[in-house]
Ligand binder design. Structure first.
Ligand code: ATR
Length: 280
């Protein structure tokens, strides 16, 4: 039996333990996944403990996704370019960092029926400029010309600068107006606008319904609530739309593949477990 950990602060609301434990049980593996509350000052010690043979690996989430870089022996290209690690595994006698949010996001797009052309001809808008936006930009860069929108436009400009050699940005803007989004076949919300949080009204959208382009696919990375105001507005416009639960499930599945070395992980079981925990 080995341990799998989630290093987070706070860790209370995470769906990862139920999702991973359901999968491990179905795979007949004796491992156990648990969330550990790790204060920022304790991250060094927690990552040092992952080096033990009793620990198969770990997920890393807010607020540790950047700070963990300096504590690892190697990181993947995706983690380096996104600037965030969400998965730690043992590799060549050291600790290796990956970013499976990118794979999770690509799988979400696949489930939403978005075709990713090899010639960069998709036109896509990414709303937000935080870590989630960086994962989306990294994933879309080979396929799309990007419109980047963020309330703090300087952050979006910085993101565009960081990715200038990998991604084509046609516009960087402060507000997602109809004119800014015109012609986009894909609109991805990576902001926290519309997320269920204490003391915040979740019935908000980063874009007005009428600003969404005709025939765009609308993706919201938020999974709590399952149907955000943005997705509702997209639905009212008759646009295909999908929330972020599939990304959560698929990033988890990708992490589990890394830790177990098995291609086949029970994604449907993980999705059912996450859905049941969300509904509870
Ligand atoms: P993450 O790493 O999860 O993406 P983050 O770095 O906190 O989280 O980024 C949150 C994103 O949501 C940012 O793009 C933020 O915009 P700012 O850069 O202007 O802060 C965006 N966001 C959060 N609350 C917002 C609001 N009320 N209106 C518009 N954008 C908001």
């Amino acid at each position: 039996m080995a341990e799998l950990w989630l290093l987070a602060w706070p860790a209370g609301h995470s769906l990862s333990p139920v999702m991973h434990n359901a999968a491990l049980k179905e795979m007949g593996l004796p491992h156990r996944y648990q969330a550990l509350e790790v204060r920022p000052g304790d991250l060094n010690r927690a990552v040092a403990a992952v080096r033990s043979e009793a620990v198969l690996g770990a997920n890393v989430t807010v607020p540790h996704k950047q700070a963990v870089f300096g504590l690892l022996d190697s990181v993947s290209d995706a983690a380096r370019q996104v600037g965030a690690v969400n998965t730690i595994s043992h590799h060549d006698g050291g600790l290796h960092g990956d970013n499976t949010d990118v794979e999770g996001f690509l799988a979400l797009l696949g489930r939403a029926g978005v075709n990713l052309p090899g010639d960069g001809s998709l036109k896509a808008a990414v709303l937000g400029a935080g870590g989630a936006a960086r994962a989306a930009v990294f994933a879309l860069a080979p396929h799309a010309e990007l419109v980047l929108v963020n309330r703090t436009v300087e952050r979006a400009e910085e993101l565009a600068r960081d990715f200038r050699s990998h991604a084509a940005f046609s516009r960087v803007e402060r507000t997602a107006t109809a004119g800014v989004l015109a012609g986009c076949q894909l609109v991805v919300n990576t902001t926290s606008v519309g997320m269920e949080r204490q003391g915040v009204n979740p019935d908000q959208s980063p874009v007005e319904g009428e600003a969404l382009p005709d025939s765009a696919v609308v993706i919201d990375m938020i999974y709590r609530p399952a149907q955000t105001r943005l997705l509702r507005l997209a639905g009212e416009r008759g646009l295909r739309n999908l929330g972020g639960l599939e990304m959560l499930v698929q990033q988890g599945a990708a992490s589990l593949r890394i830790w177990t070395g098995k291609r086949d992980v029970p994604v449907d079981t993980m999705r059912e477990a996450a859905l049941a925990a969300l509904a509870a």
